[in-house]
Design a protein around this ligand. Structure first.
Ligand code: NAG
Ligand code: NAG
Ligand code: NAG
Length: 163
């Protein structure tokens, strides 16, 4: 009895720690969702952020916090210029532009440009979740684009803005 209690406590502590560090997000490629034709000039292998995920795999974005997203990706070509373009969709609305504080992925986001081809890299932008945002579920479309505005990746992740 005593043993199993301490086992459960240790297990809960491990779960709490791993949730605080990051959670893996359930993302989809834009082309698989028919949001674009053609292929991208790279791909995302993993996507996580330093917050909690809901049981359905939504990123729970707590108002008034800053989150760090971690896009683990490869670009099929070397790139000197990288820019993020983000849109949000709320229950079937059109995709609305979501302006980023720092759309330049070569700046303050864990990358050193030019980036090499076919190398696994981590792009880690920060996102401010403003207190003024409404609490709702939103699909986030995140495109990383080269100098010609071609997608290196385009992924959609479900998120939930929460109090
Ligand atoms: C993606 O993350 C999962 C969970 O942490 C891990 O098991 C997997 O190895 C990662 N994939 C890559 C390509 O790093
Ligand atoms: C997540 O990362 C951001 C940026 O580094 C930091 O400001 C924030 O406190 C972190 N959040 C947690 C829960 O660790
Ligand atoms: C990178 O990988 C892509 C797709 O597999 C390939 O077409 C391309 O030639 C590779 N580029 C380099 C510089 O190796």
């Amino acid at each position: 009895m005593k043993f199993s209690y301490s086992y459960i406590i240790v297990l809960l502590a491990i779960i709490a720690v791993s949730q605080a560090e990051f959670c893996n997000l359930n993302f989809k490629e834009c082309q698989d969702l028919k949001l674009k034709t053609g292929t991208s000039l790279g791909k995302v292998s993993n996507l996580s952020f330093n917050g909690t995920c809901s049981s359905e795999g939504f990123a729970v974005l707590k108002k008034g916090t800053v989150v760090e997203i971690d896009f683990q990706f490869q670009s099929y070509n070397p790139q000197a210029t990288l820019k993020s373009v983000v849109h949000g969709q709320i229950s079937g609305s059109p995709w609305l532009p979501f302006p980023l504080g720092n759309p330049d992925a070569c700046k303050d986001s864990g990358l050193t440009c030019p980036i090499p081809a076919n190398t696994t890299l981590n792009y880690k932008p920060n996102l401010k979740v403003l207190s003024s945002y409404p609490a709702l579920k939103v699909l986030v479309k995140w495109q990383l684009q080269d100098a010609r505005k071609a997608d290196i990746f385009c992924v959609v992740l479900p998120a939930e803005i929460a109090e």
